[in-house]
Design a protein around this ligand. Structure first.
Ligand SMILES: *Cc1c(COP(=O)(O)O)cnc(C)c1O
Length: 423
């Protein structure tokens, strides 16, 4: 039996795969601390669950319009008006089965076989895979200005000084006549970076020169910003709004990952195409979950504030802890809930490198994965290798876990590094 070429090149999402391995170790009685999860550790707030229960009781259990219920579209538009000052009509809103689904559909709706999609590294792991599924070509742009067609086996190292933000010069280098879409993600998974309005304006100036390029702005972490503000490029550069697809959802803000509700706002033409895709494939997102999402957007926000306060404390705890480990360099995340330490100091340490199977002068390809496996086996701490996000010699550690777990993980990793450094 042979799979389609599209399915054959797909790999499971590495974040989900590592989380599964950690769970299996735990089930076998191993005391694993997992910092690999990409979801809040909090329970969905009670009033949201109650709205879902009420929807079931009231028999709101049938098909809804494929692109979502009008009340939820209106609530989403109201939410974006309040947070970004942007006006959208309900027909410019589509509700899907999570932001992931909406992004995949947006790419399918816009990208043709010879089109390129520009993705700044480090990137959320699913973007390149989605572009390939749609038949397009992911072009990765690195912070040092290098751009390359995506190859899942390659990950590059970026000079520390360049930081993790896409800058106008590298954006300009990556764009060409084939670029159908640019994907921006801030606050970012995995780096936690947030662009300043001036930085977004710099990117917008370059994008003005490419009027046929769409801008997909994944703003799923916009309510989790600890430093700076989460401005949308559509708000900073209103002249580009017509070709921005603004993507968000309830998963991260309201601790609702399992409910699967996300949305996109943008031009009626593209939003309508995404709705058509849904009507021929999934039909509507779950009726009950839509009612829950409506309650989340319209209800009290005190539980969101409490979760935010907790994340804000942990962001410092994890950055302080990790930066004390030799070979680690890390700044507190400005947004989202991940620490993304640069561990090239370990790669450059001869004892560590040789213990992990690397020879002097060898390129770092696979180093983050070897190190993450070492931490899982020797320190019983799970995390995601930076290579999965297109940036070697980095690790992604989620702080969507308790302060106790963070402290425990950091101390175990520190001990494990001491062992690696011993000649
Ligand atoms: C979690 C995440 C998503 C997907 O969210 P869902 O709404 O649960 O599908 C999208 N983009 C990024 C960057 C994420 O981290």
């Amino acid at each position: 039996m042979s799979l389609s070429s599209r399915a054959a090149e797909l790999r499971p999402s590495p974040t989900l795969a590592i989380e599964a391995k950690a769970k299996a170790m735990r089930a076998a009685g191993v005391d694993v601390v997992s910092l690999s999860a990409g979801e809040p550790d909090f329970d969905t707030p009670e009033h949201i669950k109650a709205a879902a229960a009420a929807a079931i009781k009231a028999g709101f259990t049938k098909y809804t319009p494929a692109s979502g219920i009008p009340e939820l579209k209106a609530a989403v538009a109201k939410h974006v008006k309040a947070s970004q000052g942007l006006e959208y009509e309900p027909k410019q809103v589509v509700i899907g089965c999570g932001a992931k689904h909406v992004i995949a559909n947006a790419i399918t709706a816009l990208v043709d076989v010879h089109d390129e999609v520009l993705i700044p590294a480090p990137f959320w792991v699913s973007y390149p895979a989605m572009v390939r599924l749609a038949g397009g070509t992911p072009r990765i742009v690195y912070a040092d200005g290098e751009t390359r067609i995506w190859n899942p086996d390659e990950a590059y190292l970026t000079p520390v000084a360049a930081g993790y933000k896409l800058n106008p010069a590298s954006l300009a280098k990556g764009l060409n006549a084939k670029t159908k879409m640019v994907i921006l993600n801030a606050p970012s998974n995995p780096t936690g970076i947030v662009y300043t309005p001036a930085e977004l304006e710099g990117l917008a100036a370059v994008l003005r020169e490419f009027p046929k390029t769409w801008i997909l702005s994944d703003e799923i972490y916009d309510c989790l910003v600890y430093a700076g503000e989460a401005k949308s490029i559509a708000a900073v550069a209103p002249d580009l709004k017509g070709r921005v697809l603004l993507v968000n959802g309830v998963s991260k803000t309201f601790a609702m990952t399992g409910w699967r509700i996300g949305w996109a706002l943008g031009s009626e033409h593209v939003i309508g195409a995404i709705g058509n895709l849904q009507s021929q494939t999934t039909s509507n997102p779950t009726s009950i979950a839509q009612k829950a999402a409506l309650a989340a957007l319209e209800g009290p926000k005190d539980s969101v504030a409490a979760m935010f306060a907790e994340f804000k404390k942990r962001r410092l705890l994890i950055a302080e802890g990790l930066s004390k480990i030799p070979g680690f360099r890390v700044a507190p995340a400005d947004g989202a809930f991940y620490a993304f330490p640069d561990v090239r100091g370990l790669f450059e340490n001869p004892s560590v490198a040789s213990k992990l199977g690397f020879k002097p002068g060898q390129p770092p390809k696979g180093f983050s994965s070897a190190l993450a496996s070492h931490f899982l086996e020797s320190a019983k701490v799970a995390m995601v290798p930076g290579g999965e996000f297109g940036l070697e010699c980095h690790l992604r550690l989620s702080f969507a876990t308790s302060a106790d777990n963070i402290t425990k993980a950091v101390s175990r990793m520190s001990e494990s590094v001491s062992g690696l450094m011993k000649a």
